[in-house]
Unconditional design. Structure first.
Length: 148
């Protein structure tokens, strides 16, 4: 699985994989970037990050330059936010599902294809469904009055 680092962004910004998947980030920008677990606001010490392309636990950080790549194999299910140390507005998320396990709440699996909905998306789909239900009730209520 590959994630491009291009135009000061990770693409895709949200990725769902299964345990055992190796993700490779490829820097396509002319400036250096990192792939650092957590968020800029996190108080987690650098040596406790699950992954960090910058080797930040050493007290400094190394940047991936144009054309360089870095890989990490995910072995634990969960949701992992990550960002770029010198460009903290660059943020993304990886959701790791158990191997052969069922998807998390808000996601649906179709063979090897998994659809994951965020909380906002679930809310939007629910709101749309409610609107359709009310509209159908109104149609049926009007058609019931015409018959009487």
């Amino acid at each position: 699985m590959e994630v491009a680092i291009e135009n000061y962004a990770y693409e895709p910004t949200e990725l769902t994989i299964t345990v055992g998947t190796t993700v490779t980030w490829i820097n396509k920008d002319p400036v250096g970037h990192t792939v650092t677990e957590g968020t800029p606001e996190s108080t987690k010490p650098a040596n406790q990050r699950l992954f960090d392309s910058s080797n930040g636990a050493q007290g400094k950080y190394d940047l991936m330059q144009l054309g360089q790549s870095w890989s990490f194999t995910f072995t634990t299910p969960g949701t992992y936010d990550y960002y770029c140390i010198p460009h903290p507005y660059m943020r993304a998320r990886i959701t790791v599902l158990p191997a052969g396990g069922s998807p998390s709440q808000g996601s649906q699996r179709y063979g090897d294809f998994t659809v994951v909905l965020t909380g906002k998306q679930i809310y939007a789909v629910s709101a749309f469904g409610l609107i359709v239900l009310v509209a159908l009730m109104a149609v049926f209520a009007r058609s019931g009055r015409k018959g009487n």
